[in-house]
Design a protein around this ligand. Structure first.
Ligand code: PEP
Length: 260
């Protein structure tokens, strides 16, 4: 079925455009930013939201070098709106410098910074309050999958956001399903495994609000590359990708975007 036919109208806005996001994590340099911008010359609207998440300090440099069809975001955001919080960056500041997206609850932060489901939900709320679009990452470990707990884990992570922000807030951002065992490992969930989890997430949301379920974008992350992107995007329930390693080179990220 053609992708375009699957889009649904929600509040008079066409939703479920593909969302393809590049999470550079703590990689990059000014030199890399220039090289990437030379190779990633997106001059048209491909019918997708293409978002780059460089390390925060390079946001301005990336912004100066990319076209209007490339949006920008931060890999994390503070909960407080301002004040004595050394090292934190407020959502309003992201907005102020031209960012429109943030990632919250990436598994690396949940692990390295011990971010709880509640804190992730608070970050989601602070992004929404500043009129940013938050991508909330959810996903299970291999042990949790093997124990049959994958959906319970994902559902608990998502419920924290829904409880604090309300289910309809999900439409203002997106959900990224990122199984931890597939991040940076070269192991990708099969299109069927990912599709099944995405369908279960959509069902969970539909149990609370049908319109939100139809409109919310659920993207997949975990070793997406130019070779597997097309098969993943062919799944009805997969609305795009959060790409780590393969987003560091312009050519491979462009090939993933082209796979839509
Ligand atoms: C990520 O950083 O969210 C990610 C999915 O990384 P990778 O594509 O390298 O697995």
């Amino acid at each position: 079925m053609a992708r375009r036919e699957r889009r649904v109208e929600f509040d008079e806005v066409w939703m479920r455009r593909y969302l393809i996001a590049a999470n550079w994590k703590m990689h990059g340099s000014l030199e890399m930013v220039h090289k990437f911008a030379e190779g990633f010359d997106q001059g048209v609207d491909l019918g997708a939201d293409v978002v780059l998440f460089p390390p925060a300090v390079y946001l301005g440099a990336v912004q100066g070098l990319t076209s209007k069809y490339v949006q920008l975001g931060m890999q994390d955001v503070g909960v407080a709106s301002e004040g004595a919080h050394t090292g934190e960056i407020a959502a309003s500041m992201v907005k102020d410098v031209g960012g429109s997206w943030v990632i919250v609850g990436h598994s690396e932060r949940r692990t390295d910074q011990s971010e709880s489901d509640v804190l992730v939900a608070q970050k989601f709320a602070s992004a929404i309050a500043a009129d940013l679009s938050p991508i909330v990452c959810v996903g299970e470990t291999l042990a949790q999958r093997e124990a049959g707990d994958a959906f319970a884990v994902v559902s608990k992570q998502l419920q924290a956001v829904i409880e604090l922000c309300g289910v309809s807030a999900l439409v203002k951002g997106a959900i990224a399903y990122e199984p931890l065992w597939a991040i940076g490992t070269g192991l990708t969930a099969t299109p069927e495994q990912a599709g099944q989890m995405h369908a279960s997430i959509r069902e969970l949301v539909a149990g609370l609000d049908q319109d939100t379920a139809q409109a919310v974008r659920i993207i997949y992350g975990g070793s997406v590359n130019p070779e597997n992107a097309g098969l993943l995007f062919a799944q009805d329930e997969i609305d795009g990708a959060l790409v780590g390693g393969a987003s560091l080179q312009a050519a491979s990220f462009a090939a993933i975007v082209a796979a839509i």
